[in-house]
Design a protein around this ligand. Sequence first.
Ligand code: HEC
Ligand code: HEC
Length: 338
Amino acid sequence: MEARNTKFFNKNDHKLVGGLFILVVLFLGWDLAANQWFSDSNGVAGTKDSIPQEKLWSAPSDSELPKGEEGELIKYGRELVAHTAEYFGPNGSVARYTNGLNCQNCHLNAGTQPWGNNYGSVASTYPKFRGRSGTIETIYKRVSDCFERSLNGKAPDSASREMQAMMKYIAWLGKNVPKKEKAPGSGIMKVAFLNRPIDPIKGKLVYDAKCAVCHQSDGQGVLNDKGNAYTYPPLWGKLSYNEGAGLFRMSNFAGYVKANMPLGATHNNPQLSDEEAWDVAAFVNTQERPKLDLSKDWPDISKKPFDHPFGPYADNFPEKQHKFGPYAEIKAYYEAMK
Ligand code: HEC
Ligand code: HEC
């Protein structure tokens, strides 16, 4: 509580704001309680999404592909998303721009998996304003962001056949979603908050037991036989995503692994409890990884997400709490400002 921004409270009616604050906290607590700590058939406790499988977004089928060059371009885009490293990685055949990850490593099944960080709602929601850049972003800008951050490299030119193909593919995937709408199951699942800071020490135990078999105990993954792509991608170190990437935010990492990892887990058949998902995020995201100049990010600091790990902030919660939580009170603080 002492972390509340006093400036804000001095300017306003104390009782009203205090009352609203409590209401928001109560509402949030109730909301979380409703979908927290279930126990499914696996005995895995935690967040579950309540949307039935058949209501979740799914990709158009290949029979909907346009004929001719247009269809070929879309298929080439899908190939580039699935096997990015073979084209742009350290031994890439088109250019050597990236760290060796595939888009698909984080956007599963070429960006079509429910709650696998899919591209279902990209065509319907872009161009859109994003607080990170403080600008209206096109699909090209958003794809370039992942080249520069998740792939820790540089993006191909927007006019190149490769970039055109990826953008066409992403637009085609989302063609059946009405403009401005977000398709259910697109993007990353939200995992209910813990009421304690997330813990890298507990996370290491999770990592050793459930992740190291594929990603290796040093986190460096396993290259394929040809040496041009990863069979198991690295999770940290100089070949991994950098500190400006989406997965470097704990909520994104926890949500991604909760619904998708260990490989084979799904949103309705998770293998990790909420605590395990958060703690393993804390462990992986405290290992060494490439840095990025973030000084131009979040020009309006009040738009930073609750778990953005770098200050300055428009609140008085310490940087450490933004990174490791507990997050609920930070979120409630911003909800109360709205
Ligand atoms: C290391 C993981 C990782 C890799 C590799 C990666 N991305 Fe992403 N990408 C993310 C995350 C995480 C987000 C979402 C962050 C969020 O929701 O705030 C994202 C978001 C996006 C979005 C916006 C999605 C939306 O619904 O707003 C697009 C488009 C995208 N990525 C394209 C790509 C492309 C194309 C590639 C390959 C060139 C790629 N990404 C590689 C992690 C990755
Ligand atoms: C059975 C092997 C296996 C296990 C176990 C496994 N993963 Fe993965 N992981 C993969 C593969 C393969 C991919 C890439 C998926 C693709 O490209 O389709 C991946 C991708 C990822 C990614 C995104 C890509 C990157 O390099 O950043 C993250 C993050 C991740 N795994 C985290 C975890 C965590 C955390 C655990 C343990 C809870 C785990 N994985 C367990 C095989 C595994």
